[in-house]
Design a binder for this molecule. Structure first.
Ligand SMILES: [Zn+2]
Length: 112
């Protein structure tokens, strides 16, 4: 069931990549991102500022969902905000999404 969240996270990362380059995409400008909840049929969007999105992605286990799109079996509620909630994957789901984190796939990581 975590495949869906990681899929939408990949899509959102691409959205962020293509819009972040625009001149008017300042810290306060908003962007629509896909809801990253556990429901594979959910294609609703959440509106975040680029700064808000960046703070979600700062933690590889964190996902942004619409209010009430929360699955207590696999995640904990981090915070409730106007128009979106932040959730954090726990247990096996957390390990899985952390492994697939698009931002930790750096080829330059070197082991000592
Ligand atoms: Zn959803």
């Amino acid at each position: 069931m975590t495949e869906n969240e990681t899929l939408f996270r990949e899509v959102n990362e691409r959205v962020e990549d293509t819009t972040a380059g625009f001149v008017d995409a300042g810290e306060g400008s908003t962007q629509e991102y896909f809801c990253e909840c556990a429901n594979a049929d959910c294609t609703f969007r959440v509106t975040l500022t680029h700064a808000q999105y960046a703070s979600v992605r700062a933690d590889p286990r964190q996902f942004v969902v619409l209010p009430l799109h929360f699955t207590p079996e696999v995640e904990t509620l981090v915070s409730k905000n106007e128009g979106h909630w932040l959730v954090r994957k726990t247990g096996e789901a957390g390990d899985y999404v952390e492994k697939l984190d698009p931002r930790s796939r750096s080829p330059s990581v070197q082991k000592p």
